[in-house]
Design a protein around this ligand. Structure first.
Ligand SMILES: Cc1ncc(COP(=O)(O)O)c(C=O)c1O
Length: 396
């Protein structure tokens, strides 16, 4: 190589994700009353992110029963996807042969496949993205080489969805454009469409020939399995084509095991088979086949009546804790009342980055610069202190 600089030494530093910085700062903070509501994982009242008992039992069964670690095939665990289908789509739609599925490494894997599939089908498709959205959405869309068109989804200071702006964005779309939608428990705002808004949106999407890509990563953590999927199911019924990127990482608490699934519906089965060949080709270039363990655990839980019931009970407990904390925070002040109406782990406080910094410095309260906080990041005993500090910051 002589005196020439190595290739990798030509790389320029990139800015670290501000949330990752926040996590490191929170970990280093030794103040005993620290409240870390930055990270997006479920925590029980003692601050732990526990392994669900149904998951533990399924892992024990797998340990006993698994006889080979040989390759699974490019679609991953097909029984897993088959069992997941009625959970996501409901019993009626689950029988629709035009809905295809493939196991993915988490919701991220499903989203990546979804947008690369769009790119393969229509290289100049534009993706309508409501802001703010989950921090990894735009990088995944850009990584697939697609253009993004943003519209305001949520008005943080007014604590409400800008539904008119959403509909205007759909109106301005061309047939063949793509709309990225959150199935439920919107991250980062917690603000979900109501039934009436879903109905208007689905009529518009079907009418304009827009392809919806629905990201559903928190099913069951809002109002319930069926309730949380109602908007998505309505869309699936109304549209000939749709893509769904699903994750079990939160509702089974298996974050690090990377458990997701890509579903897509095409106008007819033969077109779906062609799309599946493309999806498998794309997956092959990236990870060849998905990791087995997490999906095998979910499959084992869903395939066993008792374990399935136990999982549903545990999911209900998680959901109950989220909604209980929401109500308790909301009851502290009318300015926080909106938090009780929102869904899932996140809500967004109308705070400036400077106010967020102030909360961290003065009260050891850690949240994202945007004011997004994880409702279940705090312990039961933290609610009073959290609400008082936030209200003080709002006044300041
Ligand atoms: C909205 C949303 N979609 C998808 C994902 C991806 O989840 P996974 O960890 O399964 O890749 C997340 C994770 O935080 C998310 O918040």
């Amino acid at each position: 190589m002589g005196n020439e600089q190595g290739l990798l030494s030509q790389l320029q530093p990139i800015e670290t994700d501000s949330l990752l910085r926040l996590i490191a700062m929170a970990m280093a903070d030794e103040r005993p009353d620290k409240i870390d509501v930055g990270v997006g994982v479920y925590r029980s009242s003692n601050g732990a992110t526990p392994i669900l008992s149904a998951v533990k039992k399924a892992e024990a069964l797998l340990h006993e029963r698994q006889e080979t670690k040989s390759y699974l095939g490019m679609k991953g665990d097909t029984r897993y996807a088959e069992l997941l289908k009625p959970i996501v789509f409901g019993d009626e739609l689950a029988g629709d042969e035009r809905i295809f599925s493939l196991q993915t490494p988490g919701g991220c894997g499903a989203l990546t496949l979804a947008f690369k599939l769009v790119k393969a089908a229509r290289p100049d498709a534009r993706v309508l993205v409501g802001t703010p959205t989950w921090a990894n959405h735009e990088p995944i869309i850009k990584g697939a080489g697609l253009k993004i068109v943003r519209y305001p989804y949520y008005l943080k200071d007014e604590r409400r969805i800008d539904f008119d702006a959403m509909m205007e964005a759909m109106d301005a779309a061309e047939p063949g454009d793509v709309a990225l939608l959150h199935g439920c428990c919107h991250n980062p705002t917690g603000a979900d469409l109501d039934a009436g808004q879903w109905a208007k949106l689905r009529a518009k999407i079907a009418d304009k020939g827009i392809l919806a890509v629905v990201d559903i990563a928190y099913q069951g953590l809002g109002d319930g399995i069926d309730e949380d999927a109602a908007g998505l199911r309505g869309l699936v019924s109304a549209c000939d084509e749709i893509i769904v990127a699903q994750s079990c990482d939160k509702n089974f608490g298996v974050y690090r095991d990377r458990v997701g699934c890509l579903f897509f519906k095409t106008a007819d089965e033969s077109q779906g088979k062609i799309a599946m060949d493309h999806v498998m080709q794309i997956a092959r270039e990236m990870w060849s086949m998905p990791p087995d363990h997490g999906a095998a655990v979910v499959r084992t839980v869903l395939d066993d009546e008792k374990l399935r019931a136990e999982w549903l009970d545990e999911l209900e407990i998680m959901r109950g804790r989220i909604n209980d904390l929401r109500k308790r925070i909301a009851a502290k002040d009318p300015r926080l009342a909106y938090i009780a109406e929102q869904k899932g782990m996140f809500s967004m406080l109308p705070l400036t980055p400077a106010q967020v910094d102030g909360l961290r410095e003065k009260y050891a309260i850690y949240m994202a610069d945007s004011g997004r906080f994880n409702v279940v990041g705090m312990g039961d005993h933290d609610v009073d202190r959290f609400a008082a500090a936030v209200l003080e910051a709002m006044d300041g």
